[in-house]
Design a protein around this ligand. Structure first.
Ligand SMILES: [Zn+2]
Ligand SMILES: [Zn+2]
Length: 159
């Protein structure tokens, strides 16, 4: 498996339209056409190819949170293909752990604060419960960056 430094150099050579820059986390900025990466992450090579997957699939904004989950899966499918090409094995548990952070995030956002049923998203930052019709706001979904959501507290204010 190549080192993260040599993998970054390879990516820059093969995809000259994409910028790769060190940051404190991994994400793809469509606006800047830039992949940010953190070389200290033990899964740096996998996550770099995942972000490259977003880049090659031209992922941008999403209207609904479930679309983000779909884009995350697609980026990993692309990362697996890139892994074969660049000799980076893609362990299933790394992929599943990463997708789980998004699934947990979505679950937290979509759970009704009144009755715990799963609500449906009715606007960028609003959900409505299909059981008790409570509406609640969630943090604005990121629109210009695809970020990995860590275990951030989710604010839910019934309105
Ligand atoms: Zn992603
Ligand atoms: Zn409810």
């Amino acid at each position: 498996m190549p080192s993260i430094t040599s993998l970054v150099n390879t990516v820059l050579k093969v995809y000259p339209s994409v910028t790769v820059t060190e940051g404190d986390d991994f994400f793809w900025s469509a606006r800047e056409q830039t992949i940010y990466y953190d070389e200290t992450d033990p899964n740096a090579a996998h996550l770099l190819l995942h972000e490259l997957g977003h880049a090659l699939l031209s992922h941008r904004q999403y209207d609904r949170d479930v679309q983000l989950i779909a884009m995350e899966s697609e980026a990993w499918e692309e990362a697996k293909r890139l892994g074969v090409r660049f000799n980076v094995a893609m362990p299933t548990d790394v992929i599943e752990d990463h997708l789980d952070t998004y699934r947990d995030w979505l679950h937290q956002r979509s759970t009704c604060p009144a009755c715990q049923a799963i609500g449906q998203q009715v606007a960028a930052a609003q959900y409505e419960c299909i059981v008790c019709h409570t509406r609640w706001r969630v943090n604005e979904a990121r629109s210009c960056q695809l970020r990995r959501y860590k275990t951030k507290p989710i604010k839910k204010a019934p309105i």
